[in-house]
Design a binder for this molecule. Structure first.
Ligand code: ZN
Length: 462
C-alpha cells in the first residue's frame, strides 16, 4: 500500500482516499498502464501535485524498517519511481513500469526461434571482463536470460521436467542423451544446428573450444561462433562456477543464478563452501571469443537449482523439494486407496494464453507513456499434476503451488496469479502447499492438509 506526504514531514504522512490506490496501481503498476487507466488516475496525480511540491508516495512493500521506495508525481499526469530510493520488492505492483512488464512476460513465453536465441552479438565494443563479479539474481519477476530459455526448451522437449506415474527417474546419462536428441532440432543460428555446438559435460570443453576457434560452420554476420556446455555443478563463487571436480571454471562475463527471495542461492565465498550435499545446480555456459583476437573462453552462464547432481529436474527452491516429497507421499497414498496415479510436471514456460504481441509495445516509449494493452502476468505454476486412472469425482489436472513466504506482497501476488493460472488451464482446481499458514499449526499438520487437499482435488475424497 501507499501513504502520501511531504518528504520533509515524516509524521504527516497519511493514507490515500478509498479507491485512489487502485487507480494508481492500475495506471502505474504491474499489468496495467493503458491510456484509459492513465486517464482515470490523472485527477489523483494532479490532486496531490497541486497540494505543492515535495509531495511523495511511500510504498510499504519493503516493510517499515529503513527507507521506503518512493513514487512522485510529475507533469500532473504520471508517477515516477524515485531513482535514489530503494527499489520495490519484486512482488510489489510497482516493482517495474508496465512497459517493462511486457518484456518480462514475453521473455517467459515459449516461442519458435528459427534464427537462434540471440545469445551473443558479433564483435562491437570491447571485450567483456568482469573478474570476480557477484552473480546476478534471476527470478520469475525479471526478464529471463536467453541462456535460460535455451536450457528450459531443451529440458521441456526432452521430458526431463516430468515425473512419471511410478515416480522413477531416468538415469543421468539417459537424461543427457534425451537432451542431445532434442538439440538436433534446434538452431543456434539460421544454418547452425545446436547439436553441433552443444556438449553435455565439462570434460568435452577442449573439443568445443577447438571447434569454435576453428570457425567451424556457416555463421551469419550478426553473431560470432559460439557453443554451449550443460552440466551439473556444486554452486557459484564470485566470477566462477564450482564444477563437480571441485575446480572453479572462470566466467568472463555475467553469471545469472535463479533464486527466490530467501537468498538460498547466494554465491559462496570459497569453492569448498559451495560443495554441500543439499545443494545442486544445472549450469549452461556459453563459450565464445570475447574479442576477435582473444582465445575462446567461458563467456557467460545461467545457473538453476536442480534435484540432485545426477538428476537435472529443476526446482526453484528447497521448499519446492519439500513439496515434491509430499507429492510423492500422496502418490503412494492414492495409488493404494483410490487405485489411481499421477504424473508431475514442472512447467518452465508461461501457460497464459492472452496474446502478448510485440506490437503492443512501443520500444521507443518511456515510463511516462501509457502502453496500448496491459501486459498479462507471467503464469508459471510450480507443478501441474495429471491424474491417470478412473475416479468417480475429482479433476484429472490440478495445479500445485508452493507458498514459501509469509510477506504481504508475495501473498497478494499469489492471490492474483494462482486463480489466473487455473483459468488459463480451463478452470482446473489448485492446491497450495503452505509453509507459514495457518500459523497455529505445525508443518507436519500443514503437510497433512496439503496431501488431503490434493487427494480431494484428484479423486473427490479427503
Ligand atoms: Zn512497492
Amino acid at each position: 500500500m501507499l501513504t502520501v506526504g511531504h518528504r520533509n514531514n515524516r509524521a504527516g504522512r497519511g493514507d490515500l482516499d478509498d479507491g485512489e490506490f487502485e487507480l494508481l496501481s492500475g495506471a502505474f503498476g504491474r499489468n496495467g498502464g493503458t491510456r484509459e487507466q492513465r486517464g482515470l488516475a490523472q485527477p489523483v496525480v494532479q490532486k496531490y501535485q497541486d497540494l505543492g511540491s515535495g509531495r511523495w508516495f511511500y510504498c510499504d512493500c519493503r516493510g517499515s524498517d529503513g527507507l521506503s521506495p518512493v513514487l512522485y508525481p510529475s507533469a500532473r499526469s504520471h508517477l515516477v519511481r524515485h531513482a535514489d530510493r530503494p527499489s520495490h520488492d519484486e512482488n510489489c505492483t510497482f516493482f517495474c513500469p508496465p512497459r517493462e512488464e511486457w518484456r518480462i512476460t514475453n521473455s517467459h513465453r515459449m516461442r519458435e526461434r528459427p534464427g537462434g536465441y540471440g545469445l551473443i552479438q558479433n564483435f562491437a565494443g570491447g571485450a567483456v571482463t568482469a573478474p570476480d563479479r557477484e552473480p546476478v539474481r534471476s527470478s520469475q519477476n525479471s526478464r529471463r536470460p536467453g541462456l535460460a530459455t535455451l536450457l528450459f526448451t531443451l529440458l521441456t522437449e526432452s521430458d526431463v521436467m516430468t515425473i512419471g506415474t511410478n515416480g522413477r527417474r531416468s538415469r543421468y546419462e539417459s537424461q543427457l542423451a534425451d537432451i542431445y536428441r532434442a538439440s538436433r532440432l534446434m538452431r543456434l543460428d539460421a544454418d547452425i544446428r545446436l547439436s553441433d555446438f552443444l556438449c553435455t559435460g565439462f570434460e568435452r570443453q577442449d573439443m568445443l573450444e577447438g571447434r569454435i576457434a576453428r570457425g567451424w560452420g556457416r555463421w551469419r554476420n550478426s553473431t560470432r561462433p559460439h557453443g554451449l556446455i550443460i552440466d551439473t555443478i556444486h554452486g557459484v563463487v564470485p566470477g566462477g562456477l564450482v564444477k563437480k571436480d571441485g575446480q572453479v571454471l572462470r566466467i568472463a562475463g555475467r553469471i545469472s543464478v535463479f533464486g527466490e527471495q530467501d537468498g538460498d542461492n547466494r554465491a559462496a565465498r570459497r569453492p569448498e563452501d559451495a560443495i554441500r550435499p543439499d545443494r545442486s545446480y544445472v549450469a549452461i555456459v556459453l563459450f565464445a571469443r570475447p574479442a576477435p583476437d582473444a582465445p575462446v573462453t567461458a563467456y557467460s552462464a545461467y545457473v538453476h537449482p536442480c534435484w540432485t547432481m545426477e538428476d537435472l529436474l529443476l526446482v526453484d527452491s528447497n521448499l519446492e523439494r519439500s513439496t515434491l516429497f509430499q507429492l510423492s507421499r500422496t502418490r503412494s497414498w492414492v495409488h493404494r486407496y483410490d487405485n489411481v496415479s499421477f504424473t508431475i510436471e514442472k512447467p518452465l514456460f508461461d501457460i497464459g494464453n492472452a496474446q502478448a504481441g510485440d506490437g503492443d509495445l512501443d520500444e521507443g516509449g518511456d515510463e511516462a507513456d501509457p502502453v496500448a494493452v496491459a501486459a498479462p502476468p507471467v503464469l508459471l505454476p510450480d507443478f501441474i499434476v495429471h491424474r491417470h486412472g478412473h475416479a468417480e469425482a475429482g479433476s484429472t489436472t490440478v495445479i500445485v503451488e508452493t507458498m514459501g513466504y509469509a510477506d504481504t506482497a508475495y501473498r497478494e501476488r499469489k492471490a492474483r496469479t494462482v486463480p489466473a493460472m487455473s483459468r488459463a488451464l480451463g478452470g482446473v482446481p489448485y492446491v497450495k502447499h503452505d509453509f507459514h499458514y495457518p500459523s497455529a499449526k505445525t508443518q507436519d499438520e500443514r503437510d497433512l492438509t496439503f496431501r488431503g487437499s490434493l487427494r480431494s482435488a484428484l479423486v473427490g475424497r479427503w
